[in-house]
Write a protein that binds this ligand. Structure first.
Ligand SMILES: CC(C)(COP(=O)(O)OP(=O)(O)OC[C@H]1O[C@@H](n2cnc3c(N)ncnc32)[C@H](O)[C@@H]1OP(=O)(O)O)[C@@H](O)C(=O)NCCC(=O)NCCS
Length: 180
């Protein structure tokens, strides 16, 4: 794992999104150990070791190979690490798709922060990546996540999409207003 210094990727009114660094392990592991935060993830909570493996993967593979990934989400007001949001690559039906991903600490839900982050992330993705659309993979029971996606302008692309992780609904936001 490289230990490059963190760099700012995006800024919104209330948030800074910056690259994750190995020193974020404690904060990320605390987030991933919360069963409420991980409720709709097929693999549930993560141990510190699993979180370290994911962090290594984000830094080495996502940043290194794709130039994007999940970013530390920091509240400007306090400087606190309150989540990780960003972009994830997927191969679906032979096509590379890019997901807008968001996960915040429970104490910061209900403030519009995930939607604020997701809007900035989607704008960044369309400005920097040659993608025709962005997607979200959402557990049908995860209404908070679905609400963020619909506030972002996404609509349902595939219901009950099944992959190796389970079943989810796929929402999409087209670049040009037409779902491809
Ligand atoms: C998904 C998740 C990020 C959504 O967080 P959230 O706080 O509900 O979403 P938003 O940031 O868009 O906030 C919206 C809420 O804030 C309220 N709000 C308060 N102040 C606001 C403001 N200034 N601007 C906008 N909304 C505001 C909205 O009314 C809305 O409330 P409601 O849910 O009661 O309708 C959060 O539930 C989470 O981290 N879950 C665990 C991880 C997860 O499942 N991620 C998705 C995987 S697909």
């Amino acid at each position: 794992m490289e230990s490059n210094p963190s760099s700012v990727v995006l800024e919104t009114d209330r948030l800074v999104l910056r690259t994750l660094v190995p020193a974020d392990l404690d904060a990320l592991a605390a987030l991933y150990a919360d069963p409420e935060v991980r409720r709709y993830f097929p693999d549930g909570t993560r141990t510190r070791k699993e979180t370290r493996e994911e962090l290594d993967w984000i830094i080495d593979v996502y940043y290194g190979r794709y130039g994007y990934g999940l970013w530390a989400t920091v509240l400007k007001e306090t400087g606190a690490f309150i989540g990780r949001c960003g972009l994830l690559p997927w191969e679906i039906e032979g096509r590379t798709e890019v997901e807008v991903a968001y996960l915040l600490d429970r104490s910061h839900w209900g403030r519009g922060l995930a939607t604020e982050a997701a809007r900035a992330i989607a704008g960044h993705a369309f400005a920097t990546l040659p993608v025709d659309r962005l997607i979200c993979l959402i557990d049908p029971e995860n209404s908070a996540s679905r609400n963020v996606a619909t506030r972002l302008g996404m609509s349902l692309l595939w219901k009950d999409y099944v992959d190796e992780y389970g079943t989810c609904d796929v929402y999409a936001l087209p670049r040009d207003g037409v779902l491809l």
